[in-house]
Write a protein that binds this ligand. Sequence first.
Ligand code: ARG
Length: 422
Amino acid sequence: MSQADPSAFAAPTASYEADPSSVRRVLLLYSGGLDTSVMLKWIQDAYGAEVVCLTVNLGQPGEDYAVIEGKALRLGALECHVVDAREEFARDYVARAIKANAIYGSGYPLFTALGRPLIAKLAVAQARASGCDTIAHGCTGKGNDQVRIEATIATLAPELKVIAPVRSWRMGRDEEIAYAREHGIPVKGGTEAAPYSIDDNLWGRSSEGRWIEDLGHAPEDDVFSLVTRPQEAPEEPETVELEFERGVPVALDGDRLGLVELIERVAELGARHGVGIVDHIEDRIVGLKVRDIYEAPAAAIILPAHEELERLVCTIHQNQFKPALDRQWAYLVYAGLWWEPLREDIDAYVDAVNARVRGKIGVRLYKGRAQVVTRESENAIYDAALASFAESGGLFSQSSSPGFIELFSLQSRMAWRLRNEE
Ligand code: ARG
């Protein structure tokens, strides 16, 4: 099944796809799982190329990087690099997403989409440092991740080529397991049922495949590995207080924390209270509709808190305008166009607005719900005396209101009359 003869490969479709005969040293984005472990052997075998592995830590829980590294070297990798990119991910990707209230398709907080351009950027840097001519990744031909990774590589490193073996090797899961057995690649766990397809980082976790593909199938318990099911969450609600500066959370319940640790702590609290489960149908960039089960407890608390604070410090006009930009930002990032100038243009506006987003938001967590219950900001465009039902003296002249209403409604009234008196 290994296609050791390079002429067996289809001709490249895109300019950045590798011509098999010129692949000498490959940087493989390695996770330690079945696909990329089989790939590690298969690339050496089918291309006669050397393989350098890169594993990126974006805060995916429960990963043992020493084990991954050992496995890569045992399977013949020339080098295996593990990069801890959690700080950079939080600072340059997740913080921007928070300021842009980033949600795609009214439910998906984009954690995977935010991670891919960073992973691909780090792959480019490592490929150059290790003298590789080609980057390989484990994405299928049906998902968004191939778009995000390949668009990033083609943008940042036009000299590098790409191979995506899963798109071309025509092995199903059974053939992969057979290949693994044949080549001494350890296969973790039982091999009877295909596992869920998982991707995760500190901003959330997605599961795909199995019964999730059956739209009529309600979520089974075994898919949830992060978030407690709401019905099993504590009977007592818990309120957390998030403090923001320039639109980014800086403290949790009065403790100033770095963003990575803050997100991890918020995720833990949310997970305990059943917060952040999303059962989502998504319009993929490649045309498919696909269902995902998401567990994103930190995002489910931090995003609504940020949005609330932003609304408080912004005018009605800013509040009408920004969601359209936020939506476009989320779409670009979802679609793998992180390096598109429009994304940075939008960020400039998002940063300008967020310069004033400072204050504290209390969020009550209870059995799957995260509800904003308190707000506090020195920049709030809010005056309790003005808003009050009590008489506010000369600050707000109620007697001016009828004149305002007459002029404000003028065009609408004229139009209504024209239509209804014809
Ligand atoms: N549907 C989500 C997205 O497009 C999650 C993808 C998860 N990726 C994965 N390789 N399992 O971003």
